[in-house]
Design a protein around this ligand. Structure first.
Ligand SMILES: [Fe+2]
Ligand SMILES: [Fe+2]
Length: 146
């Protein structure tokens, strides 16, 4: 995405988006989450990062980006995507199926930066199950669903 400022070696660049998408689609296949929103979340949620390290405003900036995104979304779905982006790094859980899938998918890729996923911060049962798998096994499972 042209919006991304941190370069191709960033831990928050496209290979991360791709894994978040794979995890999100896998979770959606088990929960009925909105797959299109999960996919949009994957490519947008970190797109507004300005710093590789702590950047607590990158979620709110991503939500602002979604607000003005030229993509056909009804107001309710746009609102859900904005919330998913806005709060994705604030350590919350969600009972909303789609927002929960988005946040879990992002947290399942924390091992890329040496962080073990905190089970108490997972929103979905399947997310918790995947978090207990070794990263390569988890990725393999996620890649089995298209
Ligand atoms: Fe993020
Ligand atoms: Fe992320």
């Amino acid at each position: 995405m042209a919006e991304f400022r941190l370069g191709r070696h960033s831990a928050h660049f496209a290979d991360h988006w791709e894994r978040v998408e794979r995890y999100g689609v896998y979770l959606a296949a088990h929960s009925g989450a909105d797959v299109e929103l999960v996919r949009l979340f994957a490519i947008i949620h970190d797109s507004q990062r300005r710093y590789e390290g702590p950047d607590p405003e990158h979620g709110p900036r991503a939500a602002h980006f979604v607000q003005h995104l030229d993509w056909p979304l009804d107001p309710q779905r746009r609102q859900a995507l904005m919330l998913a982006c806005h709060d994705h790094e604030f350590g919350k859980t969600s009972s909303d199926t789609t927002i929960g899938a988005c946040w879990d998918a992002d947290r399942l890729d924390l091992d890329r930066v040496g962080i073990t996923t905190d089970l108490d911060r997972m929103s979905t049962e399947m997310g918790r199950k995947l978090a207990l798998c070794r990263p390569l096994d988890r990725q393999q499972k996620a890649n089995s669903v298209s």
